[in-house]
Each structure stands twice: as C-alpha cells, then as structure tokens.
Design a protein around this ligand. Sequence first.
Ligand SMILES: Nc1ncnc2c1ncn2[C@@H]1O[C@H](COP(=O)(O)OP(=O)(O)OP(=O)(O)O)[C@@H](O)[C@H]1O
Length: 232
Amino acid sequence: MADLLNIQGLQGWYGESHVLHGIDLTVRPGETVALIGRNGAGKTTTLRALMKLLDRRAGRIELDGQDLMALPRHKVAGRGLGYVPEERGIFTSLSVAENLRLLPRTGKGMDDAQIFEFFPNLRERLSSDGGKLSGGEQQMLAIARVLRTGPRLLLLDEPTEGLAPVIVQRIGQMLRALKDQGLAMLLVEQNLSFARALADRFYLIENGRITGSFDRSEFEAHADRVAATVGV
Ligand SMILES: Nc1ncnc2c1ncn2[C@@H]1O[C@H](COP(=O)(O)OP(=O)(O)OP(=O)(O)O)[C@@H](O)[C@H]1O
C-alpha cells in the first residue's frame, strides 16, 4: 500500500540550533504510528516541522504523494494534516462553541452531530469558557476542533500528558474509535502503555535521529531498547 505520509531525510532548525538531523518515517493509510523518545529528543519538533512551524527545514515530506515542503504554512492544514499541539491551544476566555469554530470546517470534516457523538460531554459544555474545562475536556476540545477540518492524518503531541488515569482511558477509547473509522495518526507519547495499546508501529527517536522502528508484534522483543531510549 502506498504511504500516506512519507518523510525522508527531514532536518530542522530553531535559529542556529540544528535539532532534527535526518528523520525518515512513514505512515500508511489508516495506520497509527507512535514516535517515542526522551524529553528533548525532537518529537515535538518533528510534528512542528511537518506543519512548517520551524524557522528552517530540509528534506522531503510527502502526503499522499504530494510534496508539502514547498507549500506555504497556511496551506498545510488544508492538505490534510490535523495538528493537536501539546499545549492544546484552548482559548480560556472563549466558550467551547467559539473554540470549536476557530478552525474552519471543510466539506470532509466532521459536523457538529458527528463531533458530539464522539465527545458527548462537549455538547453539555458548549457555553462554558475554555478555561473552565478540565484537562481531559480541553484535550477533547483540541482534538474535536481539528476533526472539523477533515484531516487525513492526525498529529497528536502527548495527548495524555497531565491527565488522570480514568481520563487517559477515555482519550484512548476515543482515539481507538477514530482509528476504527480509518483515520491515520502520528502519535508522540511518553506514556508507553498508552502508545502500546494504540499504535501499529513505533519509531524511536534520539538526538533528532530515528534510531529504530518496529511493529506492535515486536514490541516485547524491543522492550529493553525502548526503556533505554525513553530513560525509564
Ligand atoms: N523554540 C525553541 N527554540 C530553540 N530550541 C528549541 C525550541 N524548542 C525546542 N528546542 C530544542 O530542540 C530540541 C528538541 O525539542 P523537542 O521539543 O522537539 O523535544 P521533544 O522530544 O518533543 O521533548 P519534550 O517531551 O520535552 O517536548 C531540544 O534540545 C530543545 O531544547
């Protein structure tokens, strides 16, 4: 099957600081791929590079065979990348309804009825301020907002960070439901058991380089290496 996302030799910089040193990574249609590594390894930077949010990049990024490197930043999301950043980007003084509408809905994106089917508690909180939501609700709002844009690939940066175990479980169920609908995901995650339950394939990243990859059936065989890479 042709790759949905194909990254070859991706390099990235913050100013003079060279952070990504040649990332090769693919995501196939409908696949969930987890990117695993310790703090500062370059996980967030990889997602930001995909969204053209870095000062400088080199290498190749293709989505469905189409080159993304030459696209201006404002056109990247329109090609089908849905980015949910680690900080979630919820405006605390805007209501849930206003936060949801900050990104334009496209024809392929989820409408309100579909959104509320996945996230019933958001419907109940539509008029609440974003700042009044729990961490889990904010994470759901951040994901829901991006689903309105009709992404073909969801880029998720540590969706479980700082959340209580029961909420982590709910986020997991929700992502599983999206996966079952065929949505592809590139997941940055420090919570290994969460990543392991969801991902079809794993990449290890160290110092801005991919140092290993394997699929879920090989996870056990790579457990020591994974632990050493994330430093647990
Ligand atoms: N805005 C920035 N300006 C300069 N350097 C940065 C910036 N953001 C990150 N870096 C540096 O880039 C490197 C990679 O950071 P990155 O955030 O991608 O790591 P990460 O693997 O996502 O880890 P974390 O879990 O801590 O976010 C680190 O050395 C970090 O200090």
